[in-house]
Design a protein around this ligand. Sequence first.
Ligand SMILES: [Mn+2]
Length: 254
Amino acid sequence: MLRKTNLIWENIYRLNEAEIVLVGVPFDSTCTEIPGTRFGPNRIREEFQVHVGNFDEQLGDLEDVKLYDAGNIDVVHGNVELTHKLVYSTVKEIIEENPTAKLLILGGEHSITKPIVKALSEKKKFGYVCYDAHTDLWDDYNGFKYSHACVNRRISEILGNVEIRGCKAESKEIAAYLKRLKPAKEPVYLSIDVDVFSDKVSCPVPYSYDFEKMWSEIAKRKVVAADVVEYNPLVGRDVRVAELVKRLILKFHS
Ligand SMILES: [Mn+2]
């Protein structure tokens, strides 16, 4: 089920007419540090009303975009298995109804990327690029396989390869694993864990990737779908997160 109580703006287009479909996943139950990313999707939408303009000189005008905001998936807090099933089936339903639209998912924590990639990979072929301060390559987290700390490992099992940018290896084993990974083949699914550039997140780190450098790299990529995860408004505000979402919408449109 999708809750449509706090949309980015009023839907003018129907789902099957849209070029871009926005979906929120307000889930943060596997978070290992500061909970609160469940408030990410609606806070990002709110930033559009206040701080993010419609227009970008290079990328264009949001008013020209055929966007459909599907609302937020009604997740089951505390139950990652059920929530992943709901994310998987919702993504399946959306791409069934509109196979050409580009999907932009707002998290929520990073574990949600796995069911999204699984659903999309059954219809399309793509590489996977993740910007993340953490590798998220743990095989398990205290025995738990679906933690947000394991998401890139689970996705590497689905796709065979993942490309991770902006991270530092957390152990010798992970450093060795990272060395074996190859650059992603285009087109790509793009997963952006905002802790790569921001400290308003659930697991902050003492280093960061430059926001504009990241964007200049993304601008060159052919992207089939994307997610923006791990923004934690309970820690504080970072309007660059909504700015990133705006640029992704305009990039998908161009
Ligand atoms: Mn992550």
